[in-house]
Every structure is written in structure tokens, then in C-alpha cells.
Design a protein around this ligand. Structure first.
Ligand SMILES: [Zn+2]
Length: 190
């Protein structure tokens, strides 16, 4: 994972959002190849040596979403460098394509298909609990296999920016649905 992703990660355990402390063991430029992450609140920690932190219970998605990287970029509406975009489940199959289409934007792939590996532009995290802080991402895209995270995805997206998912759209007074067609929704905060 990219060292700067640390600022956007939260403890996966169910307590008030807390930052994680990174202890890098081995770096490849800005990528933490081996290291530890720990939570100062509850004592949770994880260690990795393959570039890919596993927060516990993560899975590797199968397949890909029903849209390509160009369509994902258009739905996100993200323009210009800086910040982060999160892709979860089989939507993370687009990580490489989006990293190419959005130069200067970093991509975090949660539980991506096996062929998605950590690179300079793409960080890979495996987790069964949502590991990203509120208002930390310029956009979030969920595959159908990550649909249970739609509320978390809405909260993680910066105000006014977009979350995208497959299946049932998110609901609530603060959700503005921008589009919902062919099983794909695009939403923002009201
Ligand atoms: Zn914790």
C-alpha cells in the first residue's frame, strides 16, 4: 500500500473512527511492501510482507462490473490530479484502468480480483469490514459483491462527490440519487 493511504484508513473494529499507526519495515519508494498497522484505541493490528495489508476476513472478488474504466471515470466525475478513489469488490477490476485514466489520483482496491496487484498507483487492502475514514475519498465504486457497503461508501465520499454501486441504491434523507439504470446507481450527498 502507498504510505499516504495510512491517513485515510480506520480501524476495522466497531468503535468510533480512529486513525491507525503505521510501522513500515520495508519500502519501495512510497509503497509499504512490509509493515504493521495498529489501532491505538483497541489494540487491533495487522502485519504484511507482500505489499497488501489484510485487515481480516478479506476476499478476492470474481469477475468485473457491468461498465468499463471509461464509464467509471465518467460516472465518478473526477477531474484533475490529487486525492484518492476507492473501488471495492469486482469493481476493483477497473483499478489499473482508472489509475491510467486519472493521472495523479491514487486508487485503493478493496478485495479486488486476484489479478489486481499493488503498484505505485494502486493500493490493495483486503478486509471484511469497511477500512476507510469518513470523507476520505473523491469517489467510491462498489461491485455487486460489495453492495452491503453502500452506506459506508456514501459516508466515505467527500461532500458533493459521488458514490457508485450495483444493485439496490442507497436511501435516506441525505442521499441524492443522480442516476439509477440497468442495475447501476450514482449518488451524492444532498
Ligand atoms: Zn481499533
Amino acid at each position: 500500500m502507498h504510505i499516504e493511504l495510512t491517513d485515510h484508513l480506520r480501524c476495522p473494529r466497531e468503535h468510533a473512527e480512529a486513525f491507525l499507526v503505521l510501522l513500515p519495515d520495508r519500502m519501495d519508494q512510497r509503497r509499504v511492501v512490509a509493515g504493521h498497522l495498529g489501532c491505538p484505541v483497541c489494540g487491533w493490528s495487522t502485519a504484511w510482507t507482500d505489499g497488501t495489508p489484510d485487515f481480516g476476513g478479506g476476499w478476492r472478488a470474481q469477475g468485473e462490473p457491468p461498465f468499463d474504466g471509461g464509464a467509471a471515470q465518467a460516472m465518478l466525475g473526477v477531474d484533475g490530479p490529487g486525492g484518492w478513489v476507492a473501488l471495492a469488490g469486482n469493481a476493483a477490476a477497473l483499478a489499473g484502468a482508472l489509475a491510467t485514466l486519472l493521472p495523479g489520483v491514487s486508487v485503493v482496491a478493496l478485495n479486488p480480483p486476484l489479478e489486481v496487484t499493488a503498484t505505485a498507483a494502486t493500493s490493495v487492502i483486503l478486509s471484511d469490514a469497511w477500512p476507510l475514514k469518513v470523507h476520505s475519498m473523491r469517489g467510491v465504486i462498489l461491485g455487486a459483491d460489495a453492495a452491503a457497503w453502500r452506506e459506508a461508501a456514501m459516508l466515505t465520499t467527500l461532500p458533493g462527490l459521488r458514490a457508485i454501486g450495483c444493485g439496490e441504491p442507497p436511501a435516506g434523507d441525505n442521499v441524492q440519487l443522480l442516476g439509477n439504470a440497468d442495475g447501476v446507481w450514482v449518488a451524492t450527498h444532498r
